[in-house]
Design a protein around this ligand. Structure first.
Ligand code: DC
Length: 221
């Protein structure tokens, strides 16, 4: 059985960049668990169903053909033969995903799928409930956080770099809304997993955070 490194934390805490960096250093497979919740949301939207209608969302999720594979060191999935990547970042998906991710049956489907990825090898998985629900027995759990202003600024720069036309205060508002939904939802809310190491990255460089995680996994720290 391979290792599973869990990296949880709120939106824009730097999880993706850190997880990809750690996966590259260790030669592990990078998994973006949020992409699956976004995939379920995208599939519902392209089938024309209302994402607030949990029953209809579940129907589109279960009737789709999902396939998982590894490409360039990362876990990737196709839905009915299509591999959505950029589509998962679009505004309509971004705005609906927190609600879709609060549906317990959606979470069960995604958690089962994430656990089955361990068959591909050792993983670095980023998300909200990886250390609490997906791989609770992993000895390598991290909770990455940063001040809300710093997170909003990082997300804003990302969006601007991606050509999105957003206002900084709107990014801050939407981040707060997402934090609120993620931490207060009934099903698997975002919390620090028992045994997880908390890392506040507000004034750390990316390299420092990656070194900390890699050092811990290698048993150097
Ligand atoms: O990390 P992200 O922004 O791609 O996550 C998208 C949404 O999915 C976000 O609202 C939180 C939710 N999510 C979750 O509930 N559990 C995870 N393991 C990952 C993401």
């Amino acid at each position: 059985m391979g290792k599973a490194i869990a990296i949880d934390g709120p939106s824009a805490s730097g999880k993706s960049t850190v997880s990809k960096g750690v996966a590259a250093v260790l030669g592990f497979i990078y998994v973006d668990s949020g992409a699956l919740y976004r995939g379920v949301t995208w599939q519902a939207i392209r089938k024309g169903v209302d994402t607030k209608d949990a029953k209809a969302v579940l129907e589109t999720m279960h009737s789709a053909d999902w396939d998982f594979f590894v490409q360039d060191g990362a876990a990737v999935f196709s839905i009915d033969g299509d591999v959505p990547v950029q589509e998962l970042r679009e505004k309509n998906v971004r705005e609906a995903v927190a609600n879709v991710a609060s549906v317990p049956e959606v979470r069960k489907f995604v958690v089962d799928s994430l656990q089955s990825l361990a068959n591909f090898g050792s993983l670095v998985m980023e998300g909200r409930d990886i250390g609490t629900v997906v791989f609770p027995d992993s000895p390598y759990k991290f909770y990455l956080d940063a001040d809300p202003e710093e997170r909003a600024m990082r997300r804003y720069r990302e969006l601007v770099a991606a050509g999105e036309d957003e206002k900084a205060h709107e990014v801050m508002d939407s981040l707060k809304k997402r934090d609120q939904i993620d931490t207060t939802r009934k099903a698997d809310p975002l919390t620090v997993a028992p045994g997880a190491q908390k890392i506040d990255s507000t004034s750390m460089t990316l390299e420092e955070v990656i070194d900390l995680v890699v050092g811990k996994v290698r048993g150097n720290v």
